[in-house]
Design a protein around this ligand. Structure first.
Ligand code: PMP
Length: 351
């Protein structure tokens, strides 16, 4: 604690990301993709001229935004890019949610949202999930200072369909609704087609999960021109270059390979469902998931002890030490071999 820190920083408990271990473990704790990025990404990297690095990047990130606009069937002015969706979210909190009224979010959701609220002095109203662990869309008020949730939600994995989001948008018209689609490609339904008719909707996404590029730090937002202009205003105020030129070139290469993208996400979805069946046989309750992870709980085994037992045997999963999640483990879907090792180890621990 330093006297030089401003009061908000003194009170802040920063977000703690999942451990990035140095030793070789089976790493199922931070929802990375177990498969490599598209081969074209490696090709661009190998042939990249260092002369590009001498110059500042395109301040508009034109080529990357064009590629994303084509991907999502929107205008380039409806696309924003940043260094990971965490940065895009931080900018969105500043651009849209610093209001006189509280920002509404599910009680159990991505734990970065409350951190941003504290950092930017935003009042937060947390709404309980439904009895079956779904985001309760009907509970969001029409007169809040904004709405944010992940869809599929993290760390629960349930995703609402586009129709349900459209219903929400019929009611909430006076403030921004941010749908965080970090995990949407693993079986969810994107709300992006709704941005055309809803000027208050902004959807964020990332290259970290379904594109296997978490190390690159590339995220984006798609929304009305008005909202994208809001994000750009904040961004330009402290760093006028959205993303670096190498990251842009690699992300474009990733977007160009749809076959690789489809194949990887299919594999993750198949492995997820197989893992669910195997874990249920071991007595786990596995929440339905449309993401690249599952949230599980066992009626007879303590989650913290299972976490420690797995860790000792070289398998890293995620245990959140919060009231709502204490009994659960969140397990990222890895390769079939990795999941086989997980199941075998759980058989020993639970047997
Ligand atoms: N949103 C959600 C719901 C997440 O789980 C994550 C990853 N931890 C992010 C956003 C941020 O992803 P990135 O910054 O890697 O794009």
């Amino acid at each position: 604690m330093s006297k030089f820190w401003s009061p908000r920083v003194r009170e802040l408990t920063p977000y703690t990301p999942g451990e990035q271990p140095r030793e070789r473990l089976i790493k199922l704790n931070t929802n990375e993709n177990p498969y490599p990025p598209a081969p074209g990404v490696g090709a661009v990297l190998r042939n990249y001229s260092t002369d590009h690095l001498r110059l500042y990047p395109d301040p508009e990130s034109g080529a990357l935004r064009q590629a994303l606009a084509r991907e999502f069937g929107v205008e380039v002015e409806q696309v924003f890019v940043g260094n990971g969706s965490d940065e895009v979210l931080a900018l969105a909190f500043q651009a849209f949610f610093c209001q006189q009224r509280p920002l509404e979010m599910p009680e159990t959701t991505y734990s970065f949202y409350p951190v941003y609220c504290r950092l930017y002095g935003i009042e937060r109203r947390a709404l309980p999930l439904t009895a079956n662990h779904e985001v309760d869309l009907a509970a969001f008020a029409t007169d809040s200072g904004g709405t944010i949730f992940a869809n599929p939600n993290a760390p629960t994995g349930h995703g609402h369909g586009r129709k349900a989001i459209a219903e929400l948008l019929k009611r909430v018209t006076d403030s921004v609704v941010l749908v965080d689609e970090a995990y949407v490609d693993f079986g969810g339904e994107s709300a992006i087609p709704l941005v055309v008719s809803h000027p208050n909707l902004v959807v964020t996404g990332t290259f970290s999960k379904s594109r296997s590029l978490a190390g690159l730090r590339l995220g984006y937002a798609v929304g009305s021109r008005e909202l994208i202009e809001g994000l750009t205003r904040v961004k330009d105020s402290f760093n006028s270059y959205p993303v670096d030129s190498l990251a842009s070139a690699l992300a474009i290469a990733a977007l160009e390979d749809n076959e690789h993208f489809e194949a990887c996400r299919e594999k993750v979805i198949t492995t997820r469902e197989r893992t669910r069946t195997r874990m249920e046989k071991l007595g786990f309750h596995v929440l339905p998931s449309q993401a690249n992870f599952v949230l599980v709980t066992h009626p007879e085994h303590d989650a913290a002890q299972l976490f420690a037992g797995l860790r000792e045997r070289g398998i890293l999963v995620r245990h959140f030490n919060t009231e709502a999640l204490r009994d659960f483990l969140r397990i990222t879907i890895g390769t079939d071999d990795e999941m086989e090792s997980l199941i075998e180890t759980l058989e020993t621990l639970c047997g």
